[in-house]
Write a protein that binds this ligand. Structure first.
Ligand code: ADP
Ligand code: RBF
Ligand code: MG
Length: 227
């Protein structure tokens, strides 16, 4: 159970134990872009924003509100949270002959920074996490454009802008609200996180691709997240 304040007496579990109900789950994907730069990170609630454009039909057809489900990120091997990550060796100062310090000419085989980044992205492997997300106009901030932003329920050692993200949206939590102050907004988001954690921990809501957890395999097909 949770010890978070719950003034509106909101339920901690959404949906039946058997799993997502029609029309869920929804799928979405995109590369993480910069958001409104409001410093959500400083509030402890960073949100990975996904591009939203008029041609994308899902965003037009889905109701605004707060949703929960699973996110997968194709983290490059250079990201500290990647399962492929290898910590750089702690570099002891090395005495080198003066000639070695002279800048070398760029070799044909060397990659530009851009090429290197692209190659790095290709080394990525999909990793799955629970998430909460907001779709809409953030009434507290009175946005004029519709946004889709995902708070991943995991602590990351570095940002992941530009990384491919896939979503399996399993359910609706609540409508977007306006608030009299930032504290009330944050409290509601923290409770949303608890709702997602508890709801997704049930067998019928856990994706099979996460493997066996406490002796049990998940009942939900998350193949899309790792394909
Ligand atoms: P922006 O306004 O650019 O979206 P935020 O303050 O919302 O900035 O921070 C979002 C960025 O923080 C994401 O794009 C991602 O790179 C990084 N980040 C780190 N941890 C998380 C997390 N748990 N969930 C979502 N994004 C995270
Ligand atoms: N913004 C709102 O204006 N009203 C909301 O009810 C609201 N709920 C949110 C719930 C979640 C789970 C998340 C991730 C964001 C929500 N937001 C909401 C968006 C929020 O205002 C935005 O991420 C801010 O930049 C956070 O400081
Ligand atoms: Mg954001």
């Amino acid at each position: 159970m949770t010890s978070l304040p719950n003034p509106d007496n909101r339920p901690l579990l959404i949906g039946p134990p058997t799993g997502p109900e029609t029309p869920f789950p929804f799928r979405m994907e995109g590369k993480v872009i910069s958001g409104f730069g409001r410093g959500s990170k400083e509030l402890g609630i960073p949100t990975a924003n996904l591009p939203v454009d008029d041609e994308t039909t899902w965003i037009k057809n889905i109701d605004s509100g707060i949703y929960f489900g699973w996110a997968s990120l194709k983290l490059p091997a250079s990201h500290p949270n990647s399962v492929l990550y290898q910590k750089p060796p702690t570099s002891e100062p090395v005495m080198e002959p003066v000639s070695a310090a002279v800048p070398q000419q760029r070799q044909q085989s060397e990659l530009s920074a851009k090429e290197e980044k692209e190659r790095d992205q290709q080394t990525g492997q999909w990793q799955i996490y629970p998430m909460v997300m907001s779709i809409g106009y953030n009434p507290f901030y009175k946005n004029t454009v519709r946004s889709a932003e995902v708070h991943v329920l995991e602590k990351f050692g570095a940002d992941f802008y530009g990384v491919e993200m896939r979503l399996l949206i399993t359910g609706f939590i609540r409508n977007e609200k306006d608030y009299s102050g930032l504290e009330a907004l944050i409290a509601d988001i923290e409770f949303d996180c608890e709702v997602a954690r508890h709801s997704l921990a049930r067998k019928g809501w856990r994706v099979r691709e996460l493997g066996v957890v406490q002796g049990e395999e998940g009942g939900l097909d998350g193949g899309w997240l790792v394909r």
